[in-house]
Design a protein around this ligand. Structure first.
Ligand code: R5P
Length: 317
């Protein structure tokens, strides 16, 4: 494409398919490194390309197994720093621990902040992340962070779909801003579900503010974890007379009962992105379609490397 040997992209083991797709977009080879384990289980990384004075990016989602992928990222950053990379960017398409971002009861940690700290002290000069659950998480990092939004990819898909009688539904109050952006860009009405979380995996959708009867629904969320939020909201809007229900969510964490719930829920299409690779079991669910964030990430990396604006990427959504 354009780039010289000055730009290097490396992949952790969480999502090599995405890292490869980013390299394909940029038309550069993936950086060579060996990720191995010592007999006692400790991980060791050896970067095989010369990175001295280079602009290096490490693509690693901290998805399941979360702690293993996180530690691997930290080791990678340290490895590149000690190999004299000029600048190191941690590209974290899915940032695990993002939801542990506050002390909402006594004697609990703020793990999202802790993780941001260790990423920085391990050697990251900057971070690229996608849909960090709460925008204020950007402030947990004391280094520059480019916050990309899955809605650039998901929004284009739904725009091309031209859904008639559209109502965008936020499955909880926290997601209202995103839903309202979708509604204004796609030209639909807006509705919000009031939910109550009983536990980590149990959620009850209580009430809907807005009209859903006879409407086609786009439900958008940042994360589908146990799918409790999404499925209980879908059941409620269906009960209130909604027609088709589409889902657009950036991160398909799909933990615990998620697949079983998604199978049974009244959902016509579930669109997620490849920030987290799908398990073999999830691939069997026909209603799930995966869109790639590789072009968005590749474009952001190119612009950062060339000191160009990243925010202007979002001008056309
Ligand atoms: C909540 O604030 C988030 O936006 C998601 O709605 C939530 O994390 C999804 O979790 P689950 O799928 O387990 O209900």
């Amino acid at each position: 494409m354009f780039l010289n040997d000055d730009l290097k992209i490396f992949s952790g083991s969480s999502n090599p398919a995405l890292a490869n797709a980013v390299c394909k977009y940029l038309d550069i080879p993936l950086g060579r490194a060996e990720i191995d384990r010592f007999p006692d289980g400790e991980k060791v990384i050896r970067v095989e390309d010369d990175v001295r004075g280079r602009d290096c990016f490490v693509v690693q989602s901290t998805c399941r197994p979360v702690d293993e992928h996180l530690v691997e990222l930290l080791i990678y950053l340290d490895c590149l720093r000690r190999a004299s990379a000029k600048r190191i960017t941690a590209v974290i398409p899915y940032f695990g621990y993002a939801r542990q971002d506050r002390k909402d009861e006594g004697r609990v940690p703020i793990t999202a902040k802790l993780v941001a700290n260790v990423i920085t002290t391990s050697g990251a000069d900057r971070v690229i992340a996608i849909d960090l659950h709460a925008h204020q998480l950007q402030g947990f990092f004391d280094i520059p962070l480019d916050h990309l939004m899955g809605e650039l990819v998901l929004g284009r898909y739904f725009r091309d779909k031209k859904i008639s009688k559209l109502t965008v539904v936020s499955p909880d109050v926290g997601n209202m801003k995103i839903a309202s952006r979708y509604a204004s860009h796609l030209g639909g009405e807006l509705a919000i579900v009031h939910k109550r979380r009983m536990s980590g995996s149990e959620v009850q959708a209580r009430e809907i503010i807005g009209e859903v009867k006879g409407r086609n629904i786009l439900m958008c969320d940042d994360i589908i974890a146990t799918a409790g939020t999404l499925c209980s909201a879908a059941e409620l809007v269906k009960k209130r007379g909604a027609e088709k229900i589409y889902v657009g969510a950036t991160h398909g964490v799909l933990a615990g009962p998620a697949l079983e719930r998604l199978k049974l829920a009244p959902l016509d299409e579930i669109i997620i992105t490849d920030t987290i690779p799908l398990t073999e079991e999830a691939k069997k669910l026909n209603s799930i379609k995966v869109l790639s964030v590789s072009a968005m990430l590749g474009e952001a990396i190119k612009r950062i490397h060339k000191d160009e604006s990243v925010s202007s990427l979002f001008n056309d959504f």
